[in-house]
Design a protein around this ligand. Structure first.
Ligand code: RP5
Length: 173
């Protein structure tokens, strides 16, 4: 097993059903990662230790997800110079997710968090792979193939629509 390049952290185990999507896409793209729970509010010392050791542990980027008063991504970004990708999670204590989106998005100048959409852990995984892929040819190639697969899926849908139409009726030009 190769050394983890991406750290996936989340504020609570309850975030896992959302955050697992980041892990799945990293698996698909061949990027190694580690997953753990780090809570800004419940385990603040663990958060400081994790963020401060992240670079020397070999990580290239951190994906941090949290819901509600989501301080984890921003606090981690304040403690490391690695890129931090924030995933706002619509959690049980959330006001429709806006609290989490705004907490993660509205960082002060100097401390960026690359914020993805609400529950957008998959895109966080892709973005993390792109950070690695910017200097790793093999991962870059996997990402290029992934883009082609996205295009092919749409082309297949177009072909199917043109052939079968909606409700089995032919449509198209
Ligand atoms: C946040 O509070 C966590 O990231 C989670 O999204 C939310 C709720 O946590 P639990 O009460 O489910 O542990 O800190």
């Amino acid at each position: 097993m190769s050394k983890p390049q991406i750290g996936i952290i989340m504020g609570s185990q309850s975030d896992l059903p959302v955050m697992v999507e980041a892990a799945k896409v990293l698996d698909e793209l061949g990027v190694s990662y580690e997953v753990t729970i780090v809570s800004a509010h419940r385990t603040p010392h663990r958060m400081v230790e994790y963020a401060e050791a992240a670079r020397s542990n070999g990580l290239k980027a951190i994906i941090a997800g949290a819901g509600g008063a989501a301080h984890l991504p921003g606090m981690v970004a304040s403690l490391t110079s690695l890129p931090v990708i924030g995933v706002p999670v619509k959690s049980s204590n959330s006001i429709d997710g806006w609290d989490s989106v705004l907490s993660i998005l509205q960082m002060p100048g100097g401390v960026p968090v690359a914020t993805v959409a609400l529950d957008g852990a998959k895109n966080a995984g892709i973005l993390a792979a792109q950070i690695v892929g910017s200097h790793d040819e093999k991962i870059g190639k996997n990402l290029d193939d992934y883009k082609v697969s996205l295009r092919k899926k749409v082309e297949d849908s177009i072909e199917s629509l043109e052939k079968n139409g909606i409700y089995g009726k032919k449509i198209g030009f």
